[in-house]
Design a protein around this ligand. Structure first.
Ligand SMILES: C[S@@+](CC[C@H](N)C(=O)[O-])C[C@H]1O[C@@H](n2cnc3c(N)ncnc32)[C@H](O)[C@@H]1O
Length: 411
């Protein structure tokens, strides 16, 4: 079946939608979306699926997606963050289907260079085939662990990771041209943030923009520490910042009781994005003892599980403040009408003997977020420096293996 002409129309429709929703803001990115057909990078995937605004998983290992064509709106947001110009040299880490590399090649033009790495030989071959079928010849795809970058092609005006990283590796910073920009999905206190860092030459990286995102994580030498702690209760786990030790037994024993909840007054009216990237991120930046509580399967359907704030597929997740004798979690109020579409009233549920005190503290911090104007990921400014370097105070300090970050809300 020849889907070529329909694919072109679909690519144009997708570009128009992304322009309308302001995910695409520049002519160069719009033009790339219009002229690089996504379906040619997803052979065998129905046209409607290839042009829906969804990520499409293209490889699984043990039921877990290890590669995907990223969600078009996220690709657009990141291309705008990257600020590519004609003639630039770009290194991409995470070739996947090759679609993003093709879009970038279109933007930098024939006088530019796009090198794209993937750690998986099979994916490299597929990306090469996809690029050939789309008639894109300006991309070099190589099989390598992107943790080390690609020194042979350095320096790069832009380095972009389309795979989540826990750290900012020194290899990437060394391979960046003076005045260059590196964009990466970086784990910061349990949230993944797409941060575009500029390297103006003062030894620091300065964020030019921050957005929330959710990417598959790096494999190989740059795979970060595992931050999910199985609580040993079926379906229950905790995701914590690396800086703190969550007392697994204390959380488990506190969870064995149903807990007690109080409504947050006045109701801050939270949606899913607020819990992930707004108040959740704010709470985690304010205190590394804040963790994410996750319930899957039967646990998600239990009375406590269903009260957790955010539903993801059939799973539930929320933020919680931990202490030695319990924890307090952001939940939906039992007293809500439960009618579909109704905004669930927000409550705080206390578990364990120390829970009520932590619940009061959690409420104070939620008020603090409201008073600060309900900041989200895009309101953050981040500085990164090699570990041990002094950074200006006033922000949350997040320590990684190679860098330390100072994260604050933009004034
Ligand atoms: C979300 S996909 C990238 C999507 C891709 N840019 C596209 O347009 O289809 C993430 C990719 O990162 C790759 N990856 C994971 N760890 C890597 C590493 N250490 N070095 C290079 N690639 C890696 C995975 O194999 C996967 O293909």
């Amino acid at each position: 079946m020849d889907t070529g002409a329909r694919g072109d129309t679909e690519a144009e429709r997708l570009a128009d939608d992304l322009v309308r929703s302001a995910r695409i803001r520049s002519t160069a990115v719009a033009e790339a979306f219009r002229t690089v057909p996504r379906h040619l990078f997803l052979p065998g995937v129905p046209l409607a699926e290839a042009y829906a605004d969804e990520a499409v998983a293209t490889q699984f290992v043990d039921g877990v997606a290890t590669s995907s064509a990223s969600q078009p709106s996220m690709v657009a947001i990141m291309l705008e963050q990257l600020g590519l110009r004609r003639g630039q040299r770009v290194l991409e880490i995470g070739a996947g289907t090759g679609w993003n590399a093709a879009l970038m090649s279109r933007i930098v033009g024939p006088e530019g260079v796009v090198i794209s790495l993937d750690i998986d030989e099979e994916l490299v071959s597929r990306a090469e085939r996809n690029l050939a079928s789309a008639g894109v010849d300006g991309v070099t795809v190589l099989c390598a662990d992107g943790a080390l970058g690609h020194p042979d092609g350095a320096p790069y005006d832009r380095i972009v990771l389309t795979v989540g990283s826990w750290d900012v590796r020194p290899e990437w910073i060394e391979q960046l041209a003076p005045g260059g920009r590196i964009l990466l999905p970086l784990t910061v206190r349990g949230s993944q943030l797409a941060i575009a860092f500029d390297a103006p030459g003062d030894g620091l990286l300065h964020s030019a923009s921050v957005r929330s995102c959710a990417f598959i994580r790096l494999r190989g030498a740059g795979a970060g520490p595992e931050v999910t702690i199985d609580l040993g209760l079926p379906g229950w786990s905790v995701q914590a910042a690396e800086e703190v030790e969550v007392d697994r037994d204390a959380v488990r024993s506190a969870l064995s009781e149903p807990g007690r909840s109080w409504p947050v007054v006045p109701d801050p009216g939270l949606g899913e994005a607020d819990v992930w990237d707004g108040v959740g991120l704010w709470l985690a930046l304010g205190d590394p003892a804040v963790f994410r509580l996750l319930a899957t399967g039967e646990a998600a359907g239990s009375p406590v599980g269903t009260s957790l704030f955010v539903g993801r597929h059939r799973d539930r997740v929320t933020v919680a403040l931990g202490g030695p004798d319990g924890f307090a979690a952001l939940v939906t109020d039992d007293a809500g009408s439960g009618r579909p579409g109704d905004h669930a009233p927000v409550a705080v549920r206390a578990f364990g003997s120390g829970g009520p005190e932590l619940a009061a503290e959690l409420m104070r911090r939620i008020d603090g977020w409201t008073d600060a104007g309900r900041p989200h990921a895009s309101d953050l400014a981040v500085l990164a420096a090699p570990r041990g370097t002094e950074l200006p105070g006033g922000g949350a300090m997040v320590e990684k293996e190679h860098v330390r970050l100072s994260v604050r809300t933009r004034g």
